[in-house]
Structure formats: structure tokens, C-alpha cells
Design a protein around this ligand. Structure first.
Ligand SMILES: Cc1cc2nc3c(=O)[nH]c(=O)nc-3n(C[C@H](O)[C@H](O)[C@H](O)COP(=O)(O)O)c2cc1C
Length: 221
């Protein structure tokens, strides 16, 4: 037995509950942007992923605001400047990320409140977070306004990649233990590290045939 629903029959809140508690874990982008006056902003997004490597694209799902300004500062800044930085979040960055989630009054610098230092973008105007192990400088390719509540799907092209020293070697092998990234889990406040994992080698057709028919020298009847 399975429970099933037509998506159109579910209230928005229930769709949210079912989707964010089943599509797990989700990577987290702590996105830094800058407004037209040069003021920096940081906010986490877990409706986020890398979409392709050629071209190197990321996607962000940014909700509209309920009441007040229709767009979150991140989206407003991307509209104004056409760029953003995806700062990946390691275990050590979680507490600062949570400060960045607070809806501060306009006159509070949330990056400073979170105790985070920035570094200038090499190719874009948005700053990076120095403490993040991986910083992806992105230029907005296209943003699609979807739905009725100012939701935006932002597609960005990665134009510059920064990885902290000691994580990647000269052959570009990445040490994922040193990365120590976290992902978003269920509910409002659960997260996961990368410490529980298993290896599942990819099968070739011949390998699969041998596994399925171990005594028949690879011939499947
Ligand atoms: C781990 C985490 C993931 C989040 N993911 C999203 C997301 O994918 N989309 C979104 O609109 N808001 C998301 N939020 C909420 C935003 O970070 C929050 O609304 C933030 O205050 C927006 O800031 P801004 O106005 O400076 O852009 C997330 C919050 C947390 C803690």
C-alpha cells in the first residue's frame, strides 16, 4: 500500500512538508550577494544544487516574502547586480549560517553579526565568505519567476571556483573528510554530515551479467 496525492489537491503548506521531508539530504548554499550600493548580504538556501558541469551551472529556489518587500534580499540583489557567490557550508559554519537566517532590520549587517569575514570576488562584485571551504562565484544566467508568490528559480553560471588549501591535491582529488560539509535534513532544524557513507561500485553490463548468472560464464538465457 502507498499513500498518494494529486499535487493540486495538497495545500501549499502540506506540499512543503512532504517535499522537504522526503527529498533528503539537500546541499546548502550560503549565498552572498551585494546590492546596488555595495552592501553585502548572506542567506542560506537548500533548494539548491549544481545542475551541470558544461556549462557549469547552479540552481537556487528563492521564495517570495509574505508581507513587506515581495523579494528576499538575495533575489533583489541578484536582480540588481546579476551575480552571487555560493559558499558551501561545513560543520564549523552552521552556527554563523543560522545567524544569517535571522530577518534582521535593514540597518544590521548580518554578515558582521554572524562574525563572518568576507573576501572580494575575483570575477564578480559579490563578496565571498572566507570561512567557507568552497566558494563558487556565479553570474546569473536566467531567473524564472514561477508561481503566484514571487518565487524565483535562479540559474547561475560558475565563473570562478575557490577551494580552501589542504582539501584538493594537485591531481584535483578532493578530500571530502576535510570538506566536512553538512546537508539539510527533515523538519525545520535537522542537518546531516557526510560521516555515514558506503561505496557502491557502478556496474557494467558484463559485470551485471556475471553477477546475475555466476555459473554461466556471462551467458544469460
Ligand atoms: C538551511 C536553510 C535553508 C534554507 N533554504 C531556503 C531556500 O531554499 N529558499 C528560500 O527561499 N529560503 C530558504 N531559507 C530561508 C532563508 O535563508 C531566509 O528567508 C533568509 O532570511 C533570506 O534572507 P535574505 O532576505 O537576506 O535573502 C533557508 C533557511 C535555512 C536555515
Amino acid at each position: 500500500m502507498a499513500m498518494d496525492w494529486a499535487a493540486a489537491d495538497l495545500a501549499e503548506r502540506d506540499l512543503y512538508k512532504l517535499l522537504v521531508n522526503t527529498v533528503l539530504p539537500r546541499p546548502i548554499a550560503l549565498v552572498t550577494t551585494v546590492n546596488a550600493e555595495g552592501r553585502a548580504n548572506a542567506a542560506p538556501f537548500s533548494f539548491f544544487n549544481v545542475f551541470s558541469h558544461a556549462p557549469p551551472l547552479v540552481v537556487l529556489g528563492i521564495e517570495g516574502r509574505v508581507g513587506g518587500a515581495p523579494l528576499k534580499d538575495t533575489m533583489r540583489n541578484i536582480r540588481a547586480t546579476g551575480c552571487f557567490v555560493v559558499n558551501l557550508v561545513d560543520r564549523a559554519l552552521v552556527e554563523a549560517m543560522q545567524v544569517c537566517t535571522i530577518d534582521f532590520p535593514d540597518d544590521v549587517d548580518e554578515i558582521a553579526a554572524a562574525g563572518l569575514a568576507t573576501a572580494p570576488g575575483v570575477s564578480i562584485a559579490a563578496p565571498r565568505l572566507a570561512a567557507s571551504p568552497v566558494q563558487l562565484e556565479c553570474r546569473e544566467t536566467v531567473s524564472l519567476s514561477l508561481g503566484t508568490r514571487n518565487r524565483n528559480l535562479v540559474v547561475g553560471e560558475i565563473v570562478h571556483i575557490h577551494i580552501r588549501d589542504g582539501i584538493v591535491d594537485e591531481r584535483l582529488h578532493v578530500d571530502i573528510d576535510k570538506l566536512d560539509l553538512v546537508g539539510r535534513l527533515h523538519g525545520a532544524d535537522w542537518y546531516v554530515t557526510l560521516r555515514d557513507r558506503f561505496h557502491a561500485p557502478r556496474l557494467t553490463f558484463d559485470g551485471w551479467r556475471r553477477q546475475a548468472q555466476p555459473d554461466s560464464e556471462g551467458e544469460v538465457s
